[in-house]
Write a protein that binds this ligand. Structure first.
Ligand code: PGA
Length: 253
């Protein structure tokens, strides 16, 4: 399967004109690259105009709400689907931290995304570096967020392993090693296999996020056997993001 590279712009930029410029530069830079799937996830107010300038690049959202109706301030899966959103990042650590999102909320969001035919990108990750042990929180987050998700639906899901300590805006952040990412990938796939069986688990994409750059993306894919990357900071600089996508397109898959 082609590597999947998702640009998570987070709460950037502040103006629509800058967002449109960033989306069109991204589109232009990656248009000619094959063997890689590229998605941009702009903030909600920019989705519609960004979607107007991308074609080769898919549209993603950074969140969604699980129900339509009287929920002030929320943006629903159906609204997003109707705008052309294909992927939704769900349960990012910043949402868990600043918006107090729980595994139960994450689970409802995954269900809503799947019902609206949006591919959920479920983020899991530990807060602190855990040495050689696989952090227990990963298993807990996976089990709780997927509790009611059926085998039939789950194969469409993407799992993003994002160790929180490696996110570029965290103090002292460093990317994870490809070796560790590999061990975690194996662990996540084993958990998925236990729950859903080998055939389904093998089909699911597991990607890595946290200080991904043009210098390390290939090792996460080639050595870490990750199915792609979730890119924050570096996705705001079109030339850097283009280099990341280019590197991913050359990975040995
Ligand atoms: P980063 O962010 O690439 O800036 O580390 C990744 C993320 O939080 O999705």
């Amino acid at each position: 399967m082609r590597p999947l590279i998702i640009a998570n712009w987070k709460a950037n930029p502040q103006r629509l004109t800058d967002a449109v410029r960033l989306a069109s530069a991204t589109e232009k830079n990656v248009r000619g690259l094959r063997n890689v799937e590229v998605v941009v996830a702009p903030p909600f107010p920019f989705l519609e105009r960004a979607s107007g300038v991308i074609k080769r690049v898919g549209l993603g959202s950074q969140d969604l709400f699980w129900k339509d109706g009287p929920y002030t301030g929320e943006v629903t899966a159906h609204m997003l689907k109707n705008l052309g959103v294909r992927y939704a990042i769900i349960g990012h650590s910043e949402r868990r931290m600043y918006a107090r999102e729980t595994d139960e909320m994450v689970r409802k969001k995954i269900t809503a995304a799947l019902e609206a035919s949006i591919i959920p990108v479920l983020c899991v990750g530990e807060r602190e570096r855990a040495g050689n042990d696989i952090p227990a929180i990963l298993g807990e987050e996976l089990t709780a967020s997927l509790r009611t998700i059926s085998r039939q639906h789950v194969s469409r899901l993407v799992i993003a392993y994002e160790p929180i300590w490696s996110i570029s805006t965290m103090p002292g952040a460093q990317p994870d090693t490809a070796d560790n990412a590999f061990r975690v990938m194996v662990y996540i796939r084993r958990k998925l296999t236990e729950r859903y069986g080998r055939r389904v688990a093998d089909k699911m994409r597991i990607i890595y996020g946290g200080s991904v750059t043009e210098a390390n993306v290939r090792s996460f894919i080639d050595d870490g056997k990750m199915g792609g990357a979730l890119v924050g900071g570096a996705s705001l600089v079109p030339q850097r993001f283009a280099r990341i996508v280019k590197e991913a397109s050359r990975a040995n898959r």
